[in-house]
Write a protein that binds this ligand. Structure first.
Ligand code: FES
Length: 129
């Protein structure tokens, strides 16, 4: 059975903003599905490409329209489904030539984010780990 960890209140997650929370020692990113949606989504704050954090790195935090971009090699993921949209297509928010993208990918196949269910009870937000 999943552990349910309280990570804040609904007001802690304003529309359009990605928040990083600690859930029993695991860094988790939480945001609304999109700017007009009240439902919350959560994923492990770790890029499946090289295991680096999604909230900090040379390209800075990038989150728009429910999509988070890794600040290291520009992989993009749908936060709610975890689906990979682009895989290692650049560096630090900048594009790189197509021929060099396989080098940056380091032979790793595209992978999704690890996602978690979010439960809202009253004003409290919980992540199920
Ligand atoms: S660590 Fe995220 S794309 Fe490489």
């Amino acid at each position: 059975m999943a552990d349910r960890v309280r990570v804040g209140t609904v007001a802690d997650f304003p529309p359009g903003e990605l928040r990083v929370v600690d859930a029993n020692g695991t860094s988790v990113i939480v945001a609304r599905a999109d700017d007009s949606d009240d439902s919350l989504c959560a994923a492990r704050n770790r890029c499946p490409h090289m295991g680096l954090p999604l909230d900090r790195g040379p390209g800075g935090l990038r989150f728009e329209g429910g999509v988070v971009q890794c600040p290291w090699h520009n992989s993009r993921f749908e936060l709610c489904s975890g689906a990979n949209l682009d895989w290692a297509v650049g560096f630090a928010g900048r594009s790189i030539p197509r021929w060099s993208q396989k080098l940056v990918a380091l032979g790793k196949d595209p992978s999704p984010l690890t996602i978690y269910s979010v439960v809202v009870e009253g004003d409290d937000v919980f992540v199920e780990m």
